[in-house]
Ligand binder design. Structure first.
Ligand code: SAJ
Length: 471
């Protein structure tokens, strides 16, 4: 079987034309970097001409990046490769048939994590499109984060069904998970090690041929496609677990009346001789499109796995428990807010709350699954009126986000810091108190941005995540 594919690939010769499906955070930088490789002739970016994202096609073909946030080097690279005629964006999926390799970088959100059912709709549509135009000798690579088992399972089945070809015999199939982070897309692709997992040896080798030329510092780490799927979902699951561990510690420190940041510094000081203590930062919650879903992909992969799982009877997976701890943090922020207002004789109902920060991550406009949303929902249910400031997020469905911080804070009863945007580190208690116009204004810090002593000294009632020493 592998022999037949090996011969087909040998006959076909080196990869020259590459298709990338999904012109998003992952696809655009990947396509631009492929196009910048001398050994490759042409890269086509395939983008559905949909109402929500069809606009990207013309933008990209003008060499413009559709991303709002800073992406060092991306716009210049897009301009270079589009001007050189090496990269073009199109909605004509039939041109997939001209490609030697096709990568799919399409989002895989969870419609509702409770039932562990991911929304693979867009990815399945992409895979079907590739299958429709699949030719012998082509390499198909899934870059999206997917449930372990998807490449050799659903993806292989759809590609074979649509094309009538056999994976591992007529075409190569692999998973090479993306590891890009907003704000460093190009650098991450070039410098991170690249996990490359084929369904068989020739597929892995062909995928290595595709990715090697774009790596600068990064090395290729070959493995099976399912091991690659587990690596990707687990690397984010582990990060979520680490954050949950320090969030739980913060809650413990609050209940024991100590400062979690003292404890954190103490633990972090244990270094050397192979000792590892990766202690991260407690906060108002965990958002984004990676950590909020990848745990559930991993859990689903185990459930769908063929072997029986040996694990303590009826015990929650520590990974799912970590998700619950992190998803609890907006509730804890709500309790801190309620307690602080009660201390000044106020109730949430009828209070005016100023939220600072809507984005899920500091100094970014990325507001996917933001912890600010569940926190805001709790306040609304409790009858508070809310104003929201974020310097980067321009809009969010059904949420009014203002750019003028003073007008958001004016006359509020409480100021709540949910995202550690740089400008919030400069908040001045005197100015804020004047704007709020209250004898006993409240401030709740979800990201360790302000110095409690300065604000308490300025007449504020303070609450902070993990600050049992001053809450
Ligand atoms: N967070 C904390 N405490 C921390 C770190 C993060 O509460 O110590 C919160 C953030 O506020 C945010 C959420 O977790 O709401 C996620 O933050 P993140 O830094 O993990 O950012 P992401 O979601 O963009 O994660 C990405 C992931 N990259 C990919 O999936 C390719 C992740 O694997 C990276 O480790 C992470 O970026 C990174 O290190 O920047």
């Amino acid at each position: 079987m592998a022999e037949k594919l090996q011969n087909i690939l040998k006959e076909k010769g080196p990869i020259k034309n590459i298709g990338v499906l999904g012109m998003g955070y992952v696809g655009i930088p990947a396509a631009a970097l492929f196009a910048d490789v001398d050994g490759f002739d042409k890269v086509l970016g395939f983008q559905r001409n949909s109402a929500s994202s069809g606009y990207k096609i013309d933008m990209i073909n003008r060499g413009e990046s559709p991303f709002k946030g800073e992406e060092p080097g991306l716009e210049e690279l897009l301009k270079k490769v589009t001007d050189a005629g090496k990269f073009e964006c199109t909605s004509d999926f039939s041109r997939i048939s001209e490609m030697d390799a096709v990568t799919l970088a399409i989002q895989t959100p969870f419609a509702n994590p409770k039932d562990l059912e991911p929304d693979f709709g867009a990815l399945i549509e992409g895979i079907r499109n590739v299958g429709k135009y699949l030719k012998p000798g082509m390499l198909v690579v899934l870059e999206s984060t997917i449930t372990p088992g998807t490449t050799v399972g659903m993806a292989k089945e759809i590609l074979e069904e649509e094309s009538g070809l056999i994976a591992g015999e007529d075409f190569a199939l692999a998973h090479a998970p993306e590891r890009v982070m907003v704000g460093r897309l190009l650098r991450n692709i070039q410098e991170h090690d690249r996990i490359v997992g084929g369904i068989d040896g020739p597929s892995t080798q062909r995928a290595i041929e595709l990715y090697t030329p774009v790596l600068t510092k990064g090395k290729i780490i070959p493995m099976s496609s399912t091991a690659a799927e587990v690596t990707k979902t687990a690397e984010n699951t582990f990060r979520d677990l680490q954050i949950a561990a320090v969030n739980q510690l913060a809650l413990y420190c609050e209940s024991m009346g100590i400062n979690v940041y003292d404890v954190r510094a103490g633990i972090d000081s244990l270094k050397g001789e192979g000792i590892t203590r990766a202690i991260l930062w407690p906060g108002a919650g965990v958002g984004g499109h990676c950590l909020t879903k990848d745990t559930y992909h991993l859990e689903r992969g185990v459930k769908l796995g063929s072997q029986e799982l040996d694990y303590p009877e009826n015990a929650d997976s520590i990974y799912v428990l970590a998700r619950k701890v992190n998803d609890f943090m907006p509730n804890h922020m709500f309790k801190l807010t309620k307690d602080a207002l009660a201390q000044v004789g106020k109730e949430l109902n009828g209070s005016k709350i100023a939220l600072l920060g809507w984005a899920f991550i500091n100094d970014s406009d990325d507001a996917r699954n933001p912890p600010s949303e569940p926190y805001c929902d709790l306040l609304t249910k409790a009858g508070a009126s809310i104003t929201i400031h974020d310097p980067h997020v321009l809009n969010y469905p059904d949420v009014e986000i203002e750019k003028n911080m003073a007008s958001v804070i004016k006359d509020s009863d409480a100021v709540i810091i949910l995202t550690a945007h740089s400008e919030y580190f400069k908040l001045n208690p005197v100015d804020i108190k004047t704007l709020m116009g209250k004898d006993q204004p409240v401030v709740v810090d979800g990201r360790n941005v302000i110095d409690p002593a300065v604000f308490v000294g300025g007449g504020f009632v303070y609450r902070g995540i993990g600050r049992g020493d001053v809450n």
